[in-house]
Design a protein around this ligand. Sequence first.
Ligand SMILES: Nc1nc2c(ncn2[C@@H]2O[C@H](COP(=O)(O)OP(=O)(O)OP(=O)(O)O)[C@@H](O)[C@H]2O)c(=O)[nH]1
Ligand SMILES: [K+]
Ligand SMILES: [Mg+2]
Length: 439
Amino acid sequence: MGYQGEDTIFALSSGVERAAIAVLRVSGGESARLLVQLCGKLPPPRQAVLRRIWQDATTRDNLLDEALVLWFPGPRSYTGEDGFELHLHAGPAIIQAVSAALVDHGARPAEPGEFTRRAFLNGRMDLIEAEGVADLVNAETEGQRRQALAQTEGALSRMYDGWAQRLKRVLAFQEALIDFPDEDLPPEVEEGILADIASLIADMERHIAEGQRGERIRRGVVFAITGPPNAGKSSLLNWLADRDAAIVSPIAGTTRDALEIVGSLAGIRVTFVDTAGLRETEDEIEAEGVRRALFHVKQADCVIQMFAADDPPQTVFANAVLVGNKTDIAPVPVEIAGVAVVPISLKTAQGLDTLRQMLEDRVRALTASSSGMPLLTRARHSAGVKDACACLREAMRQDWPEMRGEELRLAMRALGRLTGHVGVEDLLDAIFGQFCIGK
Ligand SMILES: Nc1nc2c(ncn2[C@@H]2O[C@H](COP(=O)(O)OP(=O)(O)OP(=O)(O)O)[C@@H](O)[C@H]2O)c(=O)[nH]1
Ligand SMILES: [K+]
Ligand SMILES: [Mg+2]
C-alpha cells in the first residue's frame, strides 16, 4: 500500500526560538526538482554538503543563504518519500525568504504532524510508534524521554504485534474446527484453543492492571495539597516550587483559586496543586474555592493531606500522604487512623528531606511497571486492549465454533486498530493533530 502525498510540504523543524541554525524540512514527490531549483545539482544521498541557496539556482537569481543541505531519497527517509533538509542560518528574514522560494516553486507549508502522518501511511512506523514520536518531542523529564524513546523504537508495538500473532494462530485452529465439523479432530485442538485464549486474556489483564502508570509518566503525576485553612498548604507549595508562587498569610481562607506548579521528582514530571482550605463557610467565593479543592482532590493521582500540629484531623483521605506541619509549635501524633504522619515544620525546615523522599517514593510507586511489560501510555491504548480482552472473554463463553471465531476476529480487529494495521482512517486527524508543525 504505497502512499505519495499529493503535495510537497515543508516546515521549520527546529524550534521557533532564536538560535544559530534553522532546519527547514521538505518532503514529497517534487523534492528533487525543488532542491535542484534552490541549489543546483542534487547532492549525494544522506550526506551533508555546503551549498549556496538561491531563489532560483538555474539563473543564479537572488542568493538567499549558504547552508548545509541533506538529500534523503525515498523510500529510506523519515516519511518514506523523497525529501531534503536545509540547515539555514536562523535569521527570521532568511527563513522567510527560503520559505517563500519553496512556495514559489510549488511546495506548501505542512500541517501539524503531517511528516509523521506520511511516515505512518507509508508504513515507516505504526500508530503506537508515531504517538511515541509526539511524546518524545514533548518530553521534558528523564521518565518521559525514556518511555517515549522505547515506544518509538517499537517496544509497545512488538508486544501488541506478538498478541496479534498468537491470536492469528488460535484463529487458524478455530477455523479448522469450523471447516471440518464432521472430521474427528482430537479434543486437544479445542482444549489448546481455549488455553491459548486464556493465556492471552491473562497477559492483557496484567497490562490493563498497570492502569494509568504509563499515562502518568507521559502527562505527569498530579498531587493535590489539601487540608483545613492555615495548615500551611501554600507554604508547602512554595517550598516545592522553590519560589513565592502562592500567597501565604495567617488569615484562614487565603487561597481561593487552585494554583498549579510543575516540576520533576525522581525523573518524573509532577504537578502540585495548592487548593483552598476545607471548611464550612458563608463566604460565597471561599465556598467556590472549597468546591474546586474537592474537585482537584478527586482528580489527583495522590493527595497530600496537611494539618497544623495544633489542629489534627479525625479522618484521612484514601492513599494520602499525611503531613503534620508546624512541629515547632506542638508535637504531632505518630499516626492517625492507622496512617503514619510525616512530621515537618516549614518554618524550621524540620522533616523536609524525609518528606521529599516520601514523595519521590510515591511517584515511583505510581509510575513503575510491576509486570516488566511496556506500559500503555494513552487512554486510546487502554480502550483498545480492553475491547480486545472483552471479545476474548466472550469467545471463551461461546460453544459454537462460528460464534467463537467471530469473537476472535473482533479481538484481532481491536488489536489492529491499536497499531493502525486496520481501519483507523477516522482516528488519524485526532492523533496527528496533536503534533507540532514540522514533525
Ligand atoms: N509556626 C509555623 N507557622 C507556619 C508554618 N508553616 C506555615 N506557617 C504559617 O501558617 C500560616 C498559614 O500558612 P499558609 O501557607 O497560608 O496556609 P494555608 O494552608 O495555605 O492556608 P489557606 O490558604 O488559608 O487554607 C502562615 O502565617 C504561615 O507563615 C510552620 O511550620 N510553623
Ligand atoms: K492562610
Ligand atoms: Mg493557602
